[in-house]
Design a protein around this ligand. Structure first.
Ligand SMILES: [Zn+2]
Length: 247
């Protein structure tokens, strides 16, 4: 049941056809794990917290640096040197007292990716490297939990939703690991992509609309163009192929 305070807080989204109070209760019961508290993780965590997702877990291994602040809007000047998870906890608990914020200060690796994401309803990719994205993708397929992919560079971003066993996963789309290096980012690029990722989470939880599955959405901020690449699930995929998932 929603309290009178919750009905008022979420009034504008409860008004959305298909959400209503029943949808808001689904949002309240939902748990979402966000991998990363940086450029993408900031808008995703802020919007899901504001929307009233019952449990939000934020995983990050980093400390806040001055050069993060052009885009990582969970953090500010006073947070420099603090763990990003501590700063995230501080901001998110101030934004919405109704929900549970969990933070885990850890590096996601092969040994812990599945355990860190187990039991959650949705996994959100807010990482800055493909090798960790692959670990999360694998964990999502293992748990059969939707995985919302997002990536940014400069003024370009990409996003796609993965429903394990049904739609293409990111291993169906990306193959070789690119060289990892420092890349440019305008703060508004992760804002656009993170907002789309958070939208997908809310849509999945409430069951409204059409998910961004089997479509890689590419945002070109320089020209403000959105392009969709049609992708298909590879039945021989190393992560989600029929023999791997037991179809
Ligand atoms: Zn796949």
């Amino acid at each position: 049941m929603l309290s009178p305070e919750e009905k008022q807080r979420y009034d504008r989204q409860i008004m959305i056809p298909g959400i209503g109070e029943a949808g808001q209760e689904k949002i309240k019961k939902a748990s979402v794990v966000i991998a990363g508290a940086g450029g993408l993780g900031s808008p995703v965590a802020l919007y899901l917290t504001a929307a009233g997702v019952g449990t939000v877990r934020v995983i990050d291994n980093d400390k806040v640096e001055l050069s993060n602040l052009n885009r990582q809007i969970l953090h500010g000047d006073k947070d420099i040197g603090k763990a990003k998870t501590a700063s995230a906890y501080d901001k998110l608990t101030k934004l919405n007292k109704n929900i549970t914020i969990e933070t885990v200060h850890i590096t996601i690796d092969e040994s812990n990716a599945a355990q860190l994401t187990e039991g959650f309803d949705v996994i959100v990719d807010a990482m800055d490297n493909l090798s960790t994205r692959f670990l999360l993708n694998k964990a999502a397929v293992k748990h059969k939990v939707p995985f919302i992919h997002g990536a940014v560079s400069g003024l370009e971003g990409r996003t796609m939703t993965v429903i394990p066993g049904k739609s293409a996963c990111i291993k169906c789309v990306y193959h070789a690991l690119p060289q990892e290096h420092k890349f440019p980012v305008l703060g508004t690029t992760p804002a656009v992509i993170g907002a789309i990722e958070a939208t997908e989470v809310i849509k999945y939880i409430t069951g409204i609309g059409t998910l961004l599955t089997d479509r890689l959405l590419i945002y070109d901020g320089l020209n403000i163009k959105f392009t969709e690449l049609k992708v298909v699930r590879n039945i021989n995929c190393e992560h989600c192929g029929d023999t791997v998932i037991g179809k």
